[in-house]
Design a protein. Sequence first.
Lengths: 266, 125
Amino acid sequence: MGLRQDTAGEERDQTRATLAQLSETRKQRATDARDHEYERLRDELVVGHLRLVRFLAAKFVNRGEPLDDLIQVGTVGLIKAIDRYDLDRGVEFTTYATPTIVGEIKRYFRDKGWALKVPRRLQELNAAVVRAVERLSIERGRSPLVGELAEHLGASVEEIVEAQELSHAYNLASLDADIGSDDDPRSATISDRIGANDSELELLEDRANLERAMLALNGRERAVVYWRFFESLSQTEIAKRLHCSQMHVSRLQAKALEKLRTVLKE
Amino acid sequence: MTASNGESRDSVVVRIPRKAEWVAVARLAVAAVAIRLHFSYEEIEDLKLAVAEACTHAIRTETGETITVECEPFEDSLRVRIGTDDAEHEHDHADDIGLFLIRSLMDDVTYGRSGEILMTKRITT
């Protein structure tokens, strides 16, 4: 709320004056942009807009990166905005700086491979919710409230709801496309092959290779492999979590292992 | 669903009280629609953030009892219309960081006559 006022009136005039000075300095000493005066004016502008950066960075804090890191990359965006800002274009500095700062923060997430990481985070939270429901139900003799789950797991109520409903729905929606034929003739015999696959997986010493290979799997297949081989859940248990049949899990697992094998052979 | 220049057939409308504690419901509703359209995770996070900002804007500067959030799914995009039930109020879209933020998260943002915000996010695949 304070930001609305920040950008208004005096502070805005001050910003404009400093930017004008900065622009002058830039023109005069184009050969030596690192000039002391330029730096001083730039610092002044950076400090004056840190609150904007903090405000924007805080909006992205539920995406799994520490606020301090986001403020840091946001500040890089702010500096870029200051360096690139052109007074003559007549746009308010805040109008100009906001997309640059947001852009920098978003690039940071992209570079960190965030798109892969967050679904996994939600999947983990989802698994944690399932465990917590069991535990709290036993402890309290009744089904826990979402608020209690949130408190227990140190997550927000919205995250719990999402982990339960949306991570599941998200996987379903995007993964149905490449699940393949349900009439796979191999499916009937797959349970026989699982034992062998299991030991093959155990023999894998190079976890890095496996991790790389796991990227070839879609979210559902990855979840099946993870739950089956790292958490040793039964196919029936996995079926319950994915709201599908045990046969389907069996097929997913076979397909996943097939993919892993292909990638690892390469 | 049709291309974004036409009318969307499957619109989803959620109406919440114009109070901060209901904004999460709007966020989740829009996210749920976006999931059906095969948006990526990051795009959905962006949408949720934009919805929250638009609702916050309505709470802070608009008047009225309720906020209506309408999702219009198209083949290649999702348009979200967020406005209050008070169309008479004077609207100020000039100087609000939240609106700048929305503009940097969405592909297209326009303001309706009655103070509503129309924002479109395209699906990139």
